[in-house]
Design a protein around this ligand. Sequence first.
Ligand code: SF4
Length: 461
Amino acid sequence: MEGRPLREECGVFGVFGVEKAAANVLVGLSALQHRGQEGCGVAVLEQTGRIAVRKGLGLVSQVFPRDAYREHAGCFAIGHVRYGTSGGGELDNVQPFVFHRNPYDFAVVHNGNIVNTEELKIELERMGTLFRSSSDSEILGHLVHVLSTGKEGLTAHSLKRALNLIDGAFSFLVLTPDRLYACRDKYGFRPLSIARLGDGFAVGSETCALHAIGAHGIRDILPGEVVEIGPHGIASSFFATEHRNALCAMEYIYFARPDSDIEGVNVHAYRVESGKILFRESPVEADMVFGVPDSGLSGAIGYSRASGLPLETGLIKNFYVGRTFIQPNQSLRMTGVRMKLTPVPSVVKGKRVVVLDDSIVRGTTSRQIVRMLRDAGAAEIHLRITSAPLRHPCYYGVDISTEAELISARMDVDGVCRYIGADSLAFLSEAGMLEAGRRTDLCMACFNGRYPTALYSHGED
Ligand code: SF4
């Protein structure tokens, strides 16, 4: 990904029925840090039956001291890492959200983006609801409250009724004094998995986080499924009768960690496969192949294996500079790329190189990379992208907000190639994106404009 300009909305993690649950949640959140760096928080059930929340702006290691929760014996906790594509970056929007309601508290964390937020907010405000944040994630808690009877509070029944009113992308965890609910939207946009941990359970956005705390017996939570974890074990049911397997393609291509498995496919293996298919679709005569670190590396392995071209290290990443997306304007962003990526002149000099990257957003970073490789003496530069051209906005929790920022929405492949200055450019086909994961369905709306949901107010001019 060029300069990581795309950002994922969030990661969620929860532990139920295991001592030192909050400390385990912090380990899980640290493993999910790539999904959000703006803020993070943990909600833990206290002995009093109250749910206490601690949250802040920044990385897990910045918000929580090393010994945070080390002595906290509580067995029930959920947590969240945030990059907000909906709502602002202020503390009010950092999750978990705790709802102090009769007869008991409950806490909510959310990964994704709700597309009918405006419609639901208008209705809830008409009924007297006061929102504390500008985040769409608060909606579930208010809906559940409105739909619950005073005596019972939140139940699986009221939760499912609320989920049925929400449209869009969501993986929710909901913690009550004696239950943890894990819910995935009926399209399955965002990944969510559950596993055994000691005598209890853990749930998380990615399996890498479940492995990090030693959980085992991992399985995906299915689109439209609600898993209720309680004192007597777990119960599975579905809130929606119709569901799809429209996982966000970008999870495989770019967002998820290579050591995570999503719906039976390892993310690294998906990327290797996409590199192989890309060679089959767009071969080129060259001397070597290498990837743009990090998410182009696995694709380069696949392209190298399929082509027989040697796999090299032609670009080095400096891990200790800030991410380019932090730079607020174009010229600073260009400087940022040079600080972050460096060609290896002794490797590329005089060589015809194939460079694998996962996507092209604005085109500015690819252009910089090509320029740097030419300056380092590369004879020919052939760019291969392990996804289709990005042409449409995303409404499901990834900050591709306008077509204007997408170079492939304005130019065809030849035009993009000329702009970035490569000798050739090719993208993976949509069929190749499906084939790499042995899938028949994925959300690919930012590539082809076919949105799995209605767009509500997002679709208006
Ligand atoms: S539109 Fe693109 S980024 Fe958004 S969920 Fe679909 S595939 Fe993912």
